[in-house]
Design a binder for this molecule. Sequence first.
Ligand code: IMP
Ligand code: MG
Length: 185
Amino acid sequence: MHATDAAWLKRFPELEILIDSDTLQARVRELGEQITRDYGAHPPLLVGVLKGSLVFLADLMRAIPLPVSYDFVAISSYGAETQTTGQVRLIKDLDSPIHGRHVLVVEDIYDTGLTLSYLLGLLRQREPASLRVCTLLAKPARRQVALEIAYCGFEIPDRFVVGYGLDYGERYRNLPFIAVLQGQP
Ligand code: IMP
Ligand code: MG
């Protein structure tokens, strides 16, 4: 295990690492290379979904040596709980129009798909030149809406995960790895 990860675990003994920071960083670099090849002369606008995608987006964009821009939306679906309410709401919209632009939505996790399908529907109405999704994680077991995902970092089992942007009651977002909370289903 990465020495830094081990040091974090000493302070957070309730965590169990699912994807360590080296594995995470290597995969983010691969995704960046793939996106760079695919978009080439048409650099995308990266649209991060707050707050969970912040850490992933920050690393991913530095693995894409193209003149990309980024913007954010904020969507609420969970609150402080680990179960989805099914209610999805736009809290913060994009700063700029996306008509005619190549848009790549960057999400932390594709779980039920309710958040992403709502967001994609909203963005599609604005007629971007293209619209794709890059998600760090996907939990196939909990899928309610099937979506086409162009880029996916890791498929994970049906466990509640934290770290690298993902939270439990706003905690753990700053972990440099993905972990499961022991005692959570
Ligand atoms: P969905 O709408 O069910 O696909 O859920 C998407 C959102 O729920 C994500 O953007 C996360 O903020 C949150 N979420 C889903 N699963 C997890 C998890 O295992 N840990 C932390 N947040 C999660
Ligand atoms: Mg959350």
